[in-house]
Design a protein around this ligand. Structure first.
Ligand SMILES: Cc1cc2nc3c(=O)[nH]c(=O)nc-3n(C[C@H](O)[C@H](O)[C@H](O)COP(=O)(O)OP(=O)(O)OC[C@H]3O[C@@H](n4cnc5c(N)ncnc54)[C@H](O)[C@@H]3O)c2cc1C
Length: 266
């Protein structure tokens, strides 16, 4: 547990306080969790930075402050429905009142509530350090985590119009960790399929995205494509299911989302 808590009132103050191995603190639901991997002598709280709580529509982009909680996102009608749907994957209202979108992205878990949806939607992050501000895609932030992990996530920019996004979460109960969280987007006929697979990783599924974009695959074909994806490393798991079952689950989940997106299901 940290000895020191620095409460930043502005983003400038926060990035200046992020020295040595100090870590940012938002909702604290991961940092304060028993057995958390996040450890430090000093926390820099970003919860009192007003700008990081704003949600605003700028042209057709919604800019969400990184310190917005899941509950604030759920209750704000400016936020696209697809992201509000994903925010509901966090079943506990108590935790939704604390956990923030920025913290969820930074934690980058393989059972992440929001990352598949944000990556499928092509969301971007505004990052800040003492030297500069820059905008990067969520996909790049995850792929180049060593480069970006010490920066402050100021806000998350998501498209509101012109894109369809569906998300799906598979877990034993609403409160259990997910064995699979999947999202599928479609923009101008181009599909992007993203999956967070427990005890395996986070994947942008190139073969499925290509199949949806270039043809109209059947359910069986989608399941076969998912089964043949060798980039997804899976082992039999007592809690989350056998490897074969989970490959089938990935395929059938995308098949159902694809059908729903085409309007085949209510
Ligand atoms: C019982 C339980 C179950 C959970 N299950 C899941 C789950 O299934 N899926 C899942 O994804 N998470 C899960 N979590 C983890 C956590 O609740 C969420 O990931 C949450 O969204 C983290 O947000 P936070 O604001 O609480 O982050 P914090 O705990 O405050 O911070 C988490 C990390 O993010 C960094 N950080 C926070 N804000 C920023 C920022 N603006 N810029 C840069 N870095 C930042 C912190 O430095 C820290 O390293 C679970 C936690 C608990 C206690």
């Amino acid at each position: 547990m940290a000895d020191k808590l620095i409460i930043a009132k502005t983003a400038e103050e926060a990035v200046r306080a992020k020295v040595f191995d100090n870590v940012y603190l938002a909702g604290g639901t991961e940092v304060m969790r028993l057995g958390s991997s996040v450890n430090s002598d000093a926390f820099v709280s970003v919860r009192k930075i007003p700008y990081m709580h704003d949600i605003a529509l700028e042209n057709d982009i919604v800019r969400i402050g990184a310190a917005c909680t899941f509950q604030e996102i759920l209750e704000n009608s400016i936020v696209p429905a697809y992201l509000r749907e994903a925010a509901q994957f966090m079943a506990s209202r108590t935790r939704r009142n604390m956990a923030t979108i920025g913290g969820n992205i930074a934690v980058a878990r393989d059972d992440s509530f929001l990352l598949p949806t944000l990556i499928a939607a092509g969301a971007e992050l505004v990052l800040k350090d003492v030297k500069s501000e820059e905008q990067v895609s969520v996909a790049d932030y995850i792929a180049k985590s060593e480069e970006y992990k010490s920066k402050l996530i100021l806000s998350v920019c998501v498209p509101r119009d012109g894109i369809k996004v569906k998300s799906c979460r598979s877990a034993n109960t609403a409160q259990s960790h997910a064995r699979l969280t999947a999202a599928l987007s479609e923009k101008d006929g181009k599909y992007t399929a993203v999956a967070a697979v427990k005890n395996s990783g986070l994947y942008i599924l190139g073969n499925l995205s290509k199949a949806f974009s270039s043809s109209d695959p059947s359910e069986d074909e989608i399941v076969e494509i998912a089964k043949k994806n060798e980039s997804i490393k899976l082992e039999d798991d007592l809690l989350y299911g056998g490897a074969d079952y989970r490959r089938y689950l990935i395929g059938i989940t995308f098949a159902l989302m694809y059908e729903e997106m085409k309007g085949g299901r209510a």
